[in-house]
Ligand binder design. Structure first.
Ligand code: HPA
Length: 258
């Protein structure tokens, strides 16, 4: 099953009719994870939808239980994850409204539960079968190349321009960055900045779940324009850009054969 993880501005999926909810217990959370499943548009197959900030968009990026979410998706047999992320633009071509399919990540987050392989056995009857082994997953391709190509091809099919690459810099938040931090990220090679790309992508890799991201730039990174970053400004870009993202995802769901 193909699963979408929705982010800011993407808490619902128009054209998606949830026909059932799967409630999934995980060893990483007291609360179960609830996945909505159903058909998207005319695409015949069932897809899943998980709003990563919780049902009412109540969880800030550093409080999202990424491990519980990714573990739950594996438990229900997800075969691919397409994540939607709002970002700030850093590269000159990543201004507000631009959509990108990043190919690399730099992780600046800290203090998040970021691995299934943390080397601790948490209890004798722990259902956590990963933690006791020292494992270093390969992260050469943080995003699945096949899924990236699916997104890029789907965008082209529905005539939505996308930037078919880019380095996603994941910051801790929830505050925005200082201009000096954005300048450092530019020097590091980041093209966009967001707060939710990690550890989600790394955790999916640890569970061998194919994962790709479609990112919508909703503002310039701090200090890169004369305008202040405001919620209202972001809301306006989200409102227009999400239609394009939805068109791409609808097409991708129709073409997904995995
Ligand atoms: N910084 C970090 N995360 C973001 C931004 C930003 O400027 N815009 C949207 N998500």
């Amino acid at each position: 099953m193909l699963v979408f993880i929705g982010g800011t501005g993407f808490t619902q999926l128009p054209g998606f009719k949830a026909s059932r909810e799967i409630v999934i217990s995980t060893p990483y959370s007291d609360e179960p994870v609830t996945l909505a499943c159903g058909k998207l548009g005319d695409s015949g197959q069932e897809i899943g939808f998980l709003p990563r900030h919780g049902p009412g968009h109540t969880l800030p990026p550093h409080r999202i239980n990424y491990r519980a979410n990714v573990f739950a998706l594996r438990e229900v047999g997800a075969t691919a994850i397409l994540a939607v992320n709002a970002v700030g633009g850093i590269h000159a071509e990543m201004g507000p409204g631009v959509i990108a399919v990043p190919d690399q990540i730099i992780d600046y987050t800290h203090g998040r539960e970021h691995t299934f392989f943390d080397g601790r056995v948490t209890g004798i009857d722990s259902p956590d079968q990963f933690s006791a082994t020292v494992t270093h997953v390969d992260f050469t391709d943080p995003y699945d190349q096949g899924l990236r190509q699916l997104l890029i091809k789907s965008a082209s099919d529905v005539q939505v321009p996308v930037w078919p690459q880019g380095v996603y810099g994941a910051t801790q938040g929830p505050r925005l960055e200082s201009p000096a931090e954005i300048r450092r990220m530019l020097r590091d090679g980041c093209d966009m900045v967001g707060m939710t790309g990690m550890p989600e992508a790394g955790l999916a890799k640890e569970l061998s779940l194919p994962y790709a991201c479609i990112a919508l730039s909703v503002n310039w990174g701090a200090g890169l324009s004369n305008e202040l970053i405001t919620v209202e400004g972001i809301r306006q870009v989200l409102a227009s850009g999400m239609d394009s993202i939805q068109a791409v995802l609808l097409r991708a769901a129709g073409c997904y054969t995995g």
